[in-house]
Ligand binder design. Sequence first.
Ligand SMILES: CC(C)(COP(=O)(O)OP(=O)(O)OC[C@H]1O[C@@H](n2cnc3c(N)ncnc32)[C@H](O)[C@@H]1OP(=O)(O)O)[C@@H](O)C(=O)NCCC(=O)NCCS
Length: 159
Amino acid sequence: MDGGVDVMAVGDFEEVAALWREVGMWPHEGEDRQWWEAALSRNPGCALVWREGGAVVGTVMGAWDGVRGWIYHLAVSPLRRGQGIGSKLLAAVEQRLQAAGVRQINLMVYEGELDSLVGFYSRRGYEPAPVRVMRKRLPALANVRQEARCGGEKCTNQA
Ligand SMILES: CC(C)(COP(=O)(O)OP(=O)(O)OC[C@H]1O[C@@H](n2cnc3c(N)ncnc32)[C@H](O)[C@@H]1OP(=O)(O)O)[C@@H](O)C(=O)NCCC(=O)NCCS
């Protein structure tokens, strides 16, 4: 395998969106290109891709909100699964979050995928947390403060 971990760049948008679409992660409510670019700038160096021959075949996005680290959008192209790419992306984003000072990483698994993903994450050191996620949907505002940060700049202190 000639691939490796690389930092996700703004120019990767089309490839990343195509991969997420292929795995059923995208489009997701509220997650458009503007959202994605803002997420990259708030957590510099914490969104990663796996490239093979220059092509994006895997992604993961890490976020540090100042309280917990979060992992989103771990995805590997269906034709490249089972080769360790997902594990390596997960380890790489964990390392970067830890280097930024994160002491606990959370992630969410949709109930429909519990069986396969809880096993995958459990074998990589995660444990089910005794919490139930609740959410409130907010209407989009016309003037969103894109410069608003939640501590993401700490992720620049990466390994
Ligand atoms: C979860 C996911 C990222 C794993 O990526 P991956 O590159 O296949 O990961 P790895 O190769 O490191 O490990 C895959 C695991 O599945 C097993 N596996 C073997 N062949 C496989 C295959 N063809 N497809 C998927 N998994 C396979 C591996 O043995 C390994 O199991 P283990 O936990 O016993 O080691 C990938 O399946 C995926 O993109 N799923 C859809 C998106 C998703 O649900 N993401 C998680 C959001 S919370």
